[in-house]
Design a binder for this molecule. Structure first.
Ligand code: SF4
Length: 503
């Protein structure tokens, strides 16, 4: 019998040249529509045609399972299925040659113990399964500010990197505003409308932003320019028009979990953030910027661990510390343009210390120790009534952190924690698990509000009367300080009491 030999051949994309740039569309995905629209603006400014993949749908899970290893974690399966669905649609429309020549896909990767370091392998299986191995798929390194793909057609330069960073910051900040305001909007749909208008405005700003310098001069301009802050001041005027009623007593739910799952808005995580809002909660969404901050600070922590063995230790520490400081400074400047309604980035050193007794920070992969740190930080600082951790099916790092949380809960039995395993096809189970903890969170929010009324001697009617004389209090952009309560209504009542001179 004749046997045929098969040799393994590592995937190598065909080059993408500068001449092809104007007629080739870069496909990308994996974030929310807001992040992706703004990334599109940044890419277009640098002369690239781009198109985000369609939002994840339930069918992507089934499609993904057909192409990649069945034991893959749920985000890998969803995203691989999403890519496969897109390529099949494009092939139907433009034929095989059209897909191969007119499109390419860009993804990011990093080294690590989880599947994030192997996403591209799954995508390659998709290309093999679709018989599209000539389709170009480029993997970029998350931690490189300058890099290029074979052929030179795709160059990640300083101006593009900074454009992408601002896209991420903008989308995170608008998302924070969205979730802080929608549960309290007086006119239903006004927040969603303003979110869309804000993103379109910022898209235009990114698409038309000036390009100043190429290297260090580009860095300096991006850090200190007023261009990006001014754009957000325009956005703020749109949010000023939304009227809110902060006296709606709602439990605050902080979302934590695996990076993709917690960021995603759609079928990939059972649309859990919208579901929570429908159930009467206020959600604190996780910004993508926190994860980048984590990666930068991890470099600092690793350096500190090796202090006695590293040459030019203090110089290196100063360099990384400066990057971490500038990163936060820029984020805070942008927050300020929105009257500090979006949440600040958490202090990474605090998260590390809070998590230390339960999860060592050098255990990287996924969100590492941050899941424990964030849960404890929110609980101890009374930022949320409940933590909802989204854990993907088949994810080793999250399994470790859910395990470590058992010890945390032993030490803090009052912490309301709902770990939800997301498989993609067990929605009812996930909702009912979350519902159980949410019921208790609602009770606590109500009790807390009643305690505030008792403490201040105020009634809801007193607050309403005060609002009539001070209509600015009902503006979405009015900043209510934190008075040590988790709930928005409780802090608001405390604030009114302070304005009335009662506390
Ligand atoms: S953190 Fe978990 S879910 Fe995310 S890529 Fe890694 S293994 Fe998959």
């Amino acid at each position: 019998m004749e046997t045929k030999e098969f040799h393994y051949r590592a995937y190598r994309p065909r080059p993408f040249t500068k001449e092809e740039r104007s007629k080739t569309t870069i496909l990308f995905g994996g974030l929310t529509w807001k992040h992706e629209r703004l990334i599109q603006g940044s890419l277009e400014r640098m002369g690239y045609k781009s198109m985000p993949l369609p939002n994840i749908e339930r069918q992507d899970l089934d499609i993904g399972k057909e192409f990649i290893d069945v034991g893959a974690c749920c985000p890998t399966t969803f995203t691989a299925g999403n890519l496969a669905r897109t390529l099949m649609t494009l092939r139907e429309r433009e034929g095989e040659e059209g897909v191969k020549n007119n499109y390419l896909f860009v993804t990011i990767g990093a080294c690590g113990p989880c599947r994030f370091g192997q996403y591209h392998e799954s995508y390659e299986r998709v290309l093999e399964g679709l018989n599209l191995t000539d389709f170009r798929l480029f993997l970029l390194d998350l931690m490189q500010m300058e890099q290029s793909a074979p052929g030179g057609g795709l160059e990640i330069s300083m101006p593009l990197t900074f454009g992408l960073v601002y896209s991420m910051f903008y989308a995170d900040l608008i998302t924070d505003m969205e979730y802080a305001i929608r549960p309290y909007e007086v006119v239903e749909g006004s927040t969603d409308r303003v979110v869309k208008e804000s993103i379109e405005l910022l898209y235009e700003k990114l698409k038309n932003r000036p390009i100043k310098g190429k290297k260090i001069d580009s860095l300096v301009w991006h850090v200190f320019t007023g261009y990006f802050v001014d754009a957000l001041k325009e956005v703020r005027r749109l949010w000023d028009e939304i009227e809110v009623d902060r006296l709606r007593v709602k439990p605050k739910v902080k979302i934590t979990g695996e990076f993709w799952l917690q960021t995603h808005e759609g079928d990939g995580n059972y649309n859990i953030k919208r579901w929570l809002e429908k159930e009467g909660a206020e959600v604190i969404p996780p910004p993508v910027a926190v994860w980048m901050d984590y990666l930068i600070n991890m470099e600092l922590f690793k350096l500190e661990d090796a202090k006695g063995f590293v040459k030019k230790y203090y110089l290196k520490k100063l360099a990384i510390g400066t990057i971490a400081g500038l990163y936060k400074m820029v984020y805070n400047r942008l927050r300020k343009a929105l009257n500090n309604i979006p949440n600040p980035l958490p202090d990474q050193r605090k998260l590390k210390e809070l998590a230390r007794p339960y999860f060592h920070y050098r255990l990287t992969g996924g969100e590492g120790h941050m899941l424990i740190g964030k849960a404890l930080y929110a609980y101890l600082n009374r930022q949320a009534h409940m933590i909802c951790e989204l854990s993907p099916y088949g994810c080793l790092p999250n399994t470790m952190s859910v395990g470590a949380m058992a010890k945390v809960l032993g030490d803090y039995p009052d912490l309301l924690y709902a770990p939800i395993e997301i498989k993609g096809d067990a929605e009812v189970h996930a909702y009912s698990r979350c519902q159980m903890i949410l019921t208790e969170a609602k009770r606590r929010a109500k009790e807390e509000f009643e305690e505030v009324l008792e403490r201040t001697g105020l009634t809801v009617e007193d607050i309403r009367n005060f609002e009539e004389d001070h209509p600015e209090l009902r503006r979405a952009t009015y900043k209510v300080p934190h008075y040590g309560y988790a709930g928005t209504a409780s802090n608001y009542a405390m604030h009114i009491a302070k304005l009335m001179g009662r506390i």
